[in-house]
Design a protein. Structure first.
Length: 232
């Protein structure tokens, strides 16, 4: 993977009011979160294996969850600040699946429920555990609606859960093809997170731009460097 260059720009998160960074060229909505730490940007760049232009759909995010398992989950390395350390990595990934189902159920997000065929991958046992845990959490997320007897809830839930494992398998395999080994992907992820982290926490001003270069050098080592970008 040759070195890539991406531009980052400071903007205010409409939901939190915080100033953080986003990737220039990424599809933006009023729900787009500004990154205030390096993990979110590293996730967008390393684990969204279809490219940042595709970020925003549940289908793409499900594939990214498979890539998360390849990059960080299998190493129990989702974070390095102790947050969520009381839970195994399967649990927070399952929580993302359940949260997205709530958005889908209430009509604020779309997912393609067309049947998908996929072969088992070498992480199948873990991915299946994630889906099983997601189903438990989904039922908690929709608890009140379930009690109210929503007629389409069970049908929608089953159709949604049915596509989760294939999508994650696809994302896992895409990450595997792209990075070859989980170790390489993990090394690059944390190199990017560290390089952009300081700028995410305290951007200079709204609209300030930063340039990130990342990838693998000639020796195969993960490298990432971020600095201010001065317009000429």
């Amino acid at each position: 993977m040759a070195l890539k260059t991406v531009m980052l720009e400071a903007f205010t998160d409409e939901q939190t009011g915080e100033l953080g960074l986003g990737i220039v060229g990424m599809r933006s909505t009023h729900e787009t979160n500004a990154a205030t730490d390096g993990i979110l940007l590293a996730h967008d760049l390393i684990e969204h294996v279809n490219g940042v232009e595709q970020i925003g759909t549940i289908d793409d995010e499900l594939e990214a969850l498979g890539a998360i398992w390849f990059t960080r989950g299998q190493y129990y390395d989702l974070t390095r600040d102790g947050r969520g350390s009381a839970y195994p990595p399967q649990y927070p990934i399952a929580s993302d699946i359940a949260r997205m189902f709530r958005e889908f159920f209430h009509g604020s997000a779309h997912v393609d429920l067309s049947p998908l065929r996929s072969r088992p991958c070498d992480a199948d046992s873990d991915l299946k555990d994630i889906v099983r845990e997601a189903l438990k959490q989904t039922r908690d997320e929709i608890g009140d609606d379930r009690d109210a007897g929503e007629p389409d809830l069970i049908k929608m839930e089953r159709a949604y859960i049915r596509v989760c494992l294939p999508r994650m398998r696809i994302g896992y395999r895409k990450a595997q093809r792209k990075y070859k080994t989980g170790g390489r992907a993990n090394e690059l992820f944390w190199a990017v997170a560290e390089a952009v982290g300081v700028f995410c926490k305290s951007p200079e001003f709204e609209g300030a731009r930063y340039q990130l270069r990342y990838g693998f050098d000639k020796r195969g080592q993960a490298v990432a460097h971020c600095d201010y970008h001065w317009e000429e």
